[in-house]
Every structure is written in structure tokens, then in C-alpha cells.
Design a protein around this ligand. Sequence first.
Ligand code: GLA
Length: 379
Amino acid sequence: MKSISTITLGLSALITVSMISCNDQKKAENMDVKKGITKASFGNADGKEVFLYTLTNDKGDQVKISTYGGVVTSWVAPDKSGNRSSIVLGFDSLSGYLAKPPYFGALIGRYGNRIARGKFKIDGFEYTLATNDGPNHLHGGNKGFDKVVWESSVANDSIPSLSLSYLSKDGEEGYPGNLQVNVKYTLTDEDELKIEYSATTDKPTVLNLTNHSYFNLTGDVANTILNQRLQIDADNYTPVDSTLIPTGQIVSVKGTPFDFTTAEKIGARIDSVKGGYDHNFVLNSKGGSLQKVATLSDDGSGRELQVFTTEPGLQFYTGNFLDGTIKTSDGKAINKNTALCLETQHFPNSPNQPSFPSTLLSPGQTFHSETVYKLSVTK
Ligand code: GLA
């Protein structure tokens, strides 16, 4: 891959990288890793050049982000023994993404998760969206924000950060209003991947932005996520019907397999949840301010991932639809439960559930939202 520009920010670190990642398996090699951002060509889509940015912090930990779909393609950091591997599912070439994997690492919009029967009303007018998930609309439709090429620019400040923007035109995928969306990814020296979203519209519309990274803290899809432990600060969740649309009720997790108020092994009760976990948790923080809402940990690697968000909900999805047909770039089958998603969001189908927090965005308003994934390792 040809690096076409490099912006280096101060510190440089000489580290030994052993990439035994979800998407890449290489022998340990010495690499001179500099804090900053590099930009490289990643191919072409929709007649536009796609770029792959590499954000490196002062520890030498790296996040790669593609302008196609705003996808986080890898997040390489050490385990407790110092072995570096990617904790997210991804591919090392654009072709993997053009083959439409189930939203690996992507930015999701306009509406993350489902809208029942692809219909909603604003001011009495009914809008019709694609039904691309059985009878329902999912993750923005046939060509959501995960499948478009974003404009990019690098913020040249003291920490590596990448700004992505996309203008979703009035009527795109059936949604009203020209929607200008900006997403800023930052990798801090504290191993936080910060994602800041903002958006404006020129007509009332609905909006639910998230990132669809699939995590496996072991850094290897040969392992399932069932032994990893999860804690979610949610006393309630939204039960769903057989097509995964919330029934509208907000139900206590107490005494159910959805009780993650204290850390539990993901596999401990998954067999009593039909199909596996794919549910929205109603966060106790209620959204609005940035608060810690979940912690995922893996004893074997010593890695821990904390999730902070301003959003009121969290979709916990245990990779139930992964079935081994998709392979990593190095040929490993991606099987059921080999990765999980913690998608910070508003609740699914909110445009049709007046009792859920509103996802309406009107002209003159600016939507803001922030999510931080903070990785650490205990030796
Ligand atoms: C979300 C949904 C799941 C599934 C995945 C992608 O997590 O809730 O039902 O659609 O995205 O496969």
C-alpha cells in the first residue's frame, strides 16, 4: 500500500508488532510507528477514490478507517503479553467491503436499526423506505451510510483525528431533507476511540447514527465471544417481536437473561434468548451527557473495553447472523458468535413509537452525539 501523505504529531515509538488480528496474520516485525495520521489509497468505489487513514497514538496503537462507509477496518493494540492484534472484525482490502459484509465497522445511517415495515409519518405525511430486512427497514436501506464514500479531512491538532462528511440528498433511500452529516474519529493516547457525530437538515427528518464495529477482545475469530464478560448499565430493555421490532414496552431486566447490571459471561444465558442477543438496552444514563454505560472484558487477553455515550440506548448484538460464509482477509471463517456489537443509539423503530426518545431532526437544529470506546489491558 502506497502512503501518499503523512502527518506526524511529535512522538515516535519503535515497537514490535505481532499482528495476529481478526483480519490479518503476520509474523512479528519491527516497525517504526509514529504518532499521527497517514493516508493511503484504498481503491475506488462509485467512481471516487477511497482512502484508508491510519491513526496512531503515542503507544503505537493503531486504528484504520476507510472513507468507504467510514469503516473502522482494524484497531490494533497489545494484549497482556504484549502481542498486538486487532480487536475488531475487518478486511485489509476494499473488495471485502464491496462484497457487502453485515456492516463490519461501518457508520450507520440515516437510521440505525429497524423501522417497522419501512414506514413512518412526519406531520401526517407518510414516508416509505426500502424493506431490506424481511418486512422492515434496516440500517438506512439498500445503500445506507455504510456503502457511500465520505469526504475526509484531517484535523491537524495534537491528537490524531479524522473528519468525515457526507451530504445525504433529499429523498435518498426515501428519507426527507438534505442531511449534512459530519463524523469525527479521534484516537487518544489513553486508547480511546472517540466518535463525534453532528448533523443538520433542511426538512424535518428522522436520524439514528451509530457505528457497527464487531468486537472480539481476544483478537482472533477462532475464539467466540461467549467467555467474555459484559456489564451494561441498563435496568430495562425493549423486548422485540419475531421480526426484531420493539413491542413498545420497556421491561425490567431483573430475573431475565438480559440482566447485565453486574458483569456476566455472555454465553452464560444466551441459550435462553431465541437466536441470541440482538436487543436494545435502555441505558440508565438516559442520554444527553457522556457517561459510561458498558464494560466488556476478556480474562485471557487481559483486555477491557469501556463504552461511554450520550445516546439513550445500546444495541447488544452477538453476531447471530454470522455463519462462516464470510472469511477474514487471511481466510478464517467468521462463525456465529465470534464477535459482538455494542451499538450506541436511539431505540429501534422510534419514529413509530411516540413513547420512545424522539429521533426527529428539524431545520435549524443541530444533532450532536458522542460515543467513546476506551480500551485497556491488565497485565
Ligand atoms: C444489527 C441488528 C441485527 C443485524 C446486524 C447486522 O445489530 O440489530 O439484527 O441486522 O445489525 O447483521
